[in-house]
Structures are given as structure tokens and as C-alpha cells.
Design a protein around this ligand. Structure first.
Ligand SMILES: [Zn+2]
Ligand SMILES: [Zn+2]
Length: 245
């Protein structure tokens, strides 16, 4: 497992920059990290056979990561090569399942049932999406670095101005371990999150209240973008295929 930074690492400075920006800072940093990882893989002209083997076994990427992979210029040839790996393997395994001869005494219905089962096994991913794995390891590096440096003056100042974590990353943060003084560090995170969630709830209430026809003419304030902000808090980041945040 990836370890949090132990010195003023790149992640430390990335956090200082990302914390004051809108929305969950882990989502923002993870999104950039995954896009860089994809760029590097394509830059290597997908010659990394170990990576290709992972993708073939995983039956491609999950839907969100496939959207990210497709969201860049000049990627279709790389994409086609990965798709060739997956479809070749799926077809080879399905063919094997289909050509199993009827064994003596086996009813056609029984054979079909067993072929269905074999085909399902051929399609089933043999491992999780490799980009999900990478993303999870990056989340822990970022949250670990934040918790480790949460009392550092520059980090505390940036954290003061940060938006709250999305619920999936809040869940991950609360499951972190192996950091000295973790309980005290998490208390700071919990206090901020609780306050932020309460404010978000007020903004949603206010948005709904103003949508009521009686109040429609009232001027919009900070609740105007509450539904999209809340979507990112509840579901984590929203992946756009054109690469925008
Ligand atoms: Zn997040
Ligand atoms: Zn994924």
C-alpha cells in the first residue's frame, strides 16, 4: 500500500494548492492524478505489458474511468488496442465454453445451462478496475498527508479555507490508521465536516424554498449552486468525458 508523505513532499504542496479551491480537495487531486497516470500510459504507447494484462483481466475499466480514458485527444488507437485485448480474450473464452462437446447422457438443457455459466465466467472481470485501484491508493496518500500535517501552520491555514470532503472520501478518511495522534487529527476533520454538511443542508433547504413560486422573485445567493455542490458531496466527483472539472 502507498504510504503518506513523510516530508514536505509534492503531495504536501499539492494539498496546499488544492485545499482552498471549491469542492472536495481529494476528488480534485485524485482526478488530476488519474488523468496524469492515463497520459503516462498512453505516452508509453501502451507498451507496458503488465498494465495491459491488468486491463485485459479487469475486462477494461469501470464506466467512470473509461469515460476519463476516452476524454482526451489522440487516444482512439490506444483505446482500440486495449479493446482488442479484451474482446480477443472474451471471445476465446466464450468459444471454449460453446465448443465443449455434449458429454454422454447430458441433456441439451443441462448443456445450455452449463454453457451459460461458462460464458458468464468468461465475461466476469478477473480483477478490479486498475484505475480504481490506483485511485484508492492515491486517496490514502492524500488523506494520510493531510492528517499527518494538519497541525502544520501552512496546512492548517489552507485547511481552514477548504470545502468539506465528499462523503466517499470522508468515509475513507475515518478508516485511516497508522498515523500518530490520529484521534486528535480526525477530530479536526470531523468538526469541519459536520459544520460544512449542516451549511450544505441549509443551502439545499433555501434553494428548494426559493424554487417555490411564491419566492421565485427573491434574489439568488449562495444557495444558487447548492444542488450541483451537494451532488459532488454525496456522490464524489462527477466525471466529464471532455476533461473539465
Ligand atoms: Zn472526494
Ligand atoms: Zn475504475
Amino acid at each position: 500500500m502507498s504510504q503518506p508523505a513523510t516530508a514536505y513532499s509534492r503531495t504536501y504542496y499539492d494539498l496546499l494548492e488544492a485545499l482552498p479551491q471549491p469542492d472536495c480537495f481529494v476528488c480534485r487531486l485524485v482526478d488530476a492524478a488519474v488523468r496524469q497516470y492515463i497520459d503516462m500510459f498512453i505516452y508509453e504507447n501502451i507498451t507496458n505489458l503488465a498494465r495491459r494484462e491488468e486491463i485485459r483481466l479487469a475486462r477494461g475499466f469501470c464506466s467512470a474511468h473509461m469515460a476519463m480514458f476516452m476524454g482526451g485527444y489522440g487516444r482512439l488507437l490506444s483505446l482500440a488496442m486495449l479493446e482488442q485485448d479484451v474482446t480477443n480474450d472474451v471471445l476465446r473464452q466464450i468459444d471454449r465454453a460453446m465448443t465443449n462437446p455434449l458429454t454422454g447422457g447430458m441433456h441439451l438443457g443441462t448443456w445450455l445451462h452449463s454453457a451459460d455459466k461458462s460464458i458468464r465466467e468468461a465475461i466476469l472481470p478477473g480483477r478490479p478496475c486498475p484505475l480504481c485501484d490506483y485511485e484508492k491508493s492515491q486517496e490514502r496518500v492524500m488523506l494520510g498527508t493531510l492528517l499527518q500535517f494538519i497541525d502544520d501552520p501552512a496546512m492548517a491555514e489552507a485547511f481552514e479555507h477548504a470545502s468539506i470532503l465528499c462523503l466517499p472520501h470522508y468515509y475513507t478518511a475515518l478508516g485511516m490508521h497508522g498515523i500518530p495522534g490520529l484521534t486528535h487529527r480526525l477530530e479536526k476533520l470531523i468538526a469541519k465536516e459536520q459544520q460544512g454538511l449542516k451549511q450544505l443542508k441549509l443551502d439545499i433547504d433555501e434553494y428548494i424554498r426559493k424554487r417555490n413560486t411564491l419566492y421565485r422573485d427573491e434574489e439568488k445567493a449562495q444557495e444558487a449552486d447548492a444542488p450541483t455542490r451537494a451532488a459532488r458531496v454525496i456522490s464524489g466527483r462527477i466525471v466529464h468525458t471532455d476533461g473539465r472539472w
